[in-house]
Ligand binder design. Sequence first.
Ligand SMILES: NC(=O)c1ccc[n+]([C@@H]2O[C@H](COP(=O)([O-])OP(=O)(O)OC[C@H]3O[C@@H](n4cnc5c(N)ncnc54)[C@H](O)[C@@H]3O)[C@@H](O)[C@H]2O)c1
Length: 251
Amino acid sequence: MSTPAVPAVHFGFTPGDVVLVTGAGSGIGRATAIRAAELGLSVAAWDLNGDTAAETAQTITAAGGTAIGLACDVGDADQIAAAFAETKKVGTIRHLANVAGPPSAIDLEFEQALVLCVGSMRRMVDVWLSDGAPDGASLVNIASVAGNVIGTNSDWYCASKAGIAGYTRHLAAYRSDEVRSNTVAPGMTDTPRLAGFAESEVGQRVLQRIPLGRMGSPDDIAWTVLFLLSPLAGYVNGAFLPVDGGWTVTQ
Ligand SMILES: NC(=O)c1ccc[n+]([C@@H]2O[C@H](COP(=O)([O-])OP(=O)(O)OC[C@H]3O[C@@H](n4cnc5c(N)ncnc54)[C@H](O)[C@@H]3O)[C@@H](O)[C@H]2O)c1
């Protein structure tokens, strides 16, 4: 018997529906895009870096899936509008994973960071739903355990990640007639931005406090995002879900 092109379990997604993933050129966003395609979704892979977005899309199409890769800075309203116009040509955008966000290690001006991190997610949602929400629309916004469960040393990062969780609760409470909304909060996840962190002194200390004894993988986060986006999670709305190996319950 030949291997099916997609796994037998589709999480209830309708094949061919589009999931739009921001930050899809690397790490969690790339894993979400690739796993979504394995579940039969068409993928719009957006990233600040158009080359890495295209690589993600190529990986998907080479495996027999459907994807487009687009350069889009989610901090730029004009780029968002243009990328939505392209993405709508692929099919009905029924699911949105807002993954893109700057690394905590960089120095950002506080107010600008909040606009970039939280404001961009709000703009994505408003533009997406401006033509009317498709039936069964769902979204996941990526926050972090930082700012929500624990404090870390970047002021703008903690504040913006808490802001994302709060904004998502607003959507869940007041826009549930349009879209089902949930937040995923990764813990220490092994993506390019944390390269070398696990081996550092601080990384070792954090690792020792993670009950599951390892960093998360991009797939650990991706599968959680996809479950929450899927019809199988049809009664989950307004959840804040840490995916951190139990790290924060030990704090
Ligand atoms: N890795 C972790 O431990 C961790 C922990 C908690 C939360 N997160 C969050 O998960 C998300 C993904 O992080 P990751 O670890 O996969 O990082 P990553 O650096 O591997 O990937 C992030 C991607 O987002 C893109 N990006 C950044 N700013 C953008 C913008 N303005 N517009 C469009 N694309 C943009 C980057 O080009 C990159 O391809 C981020 O929001 C991050 O804050 C990560």
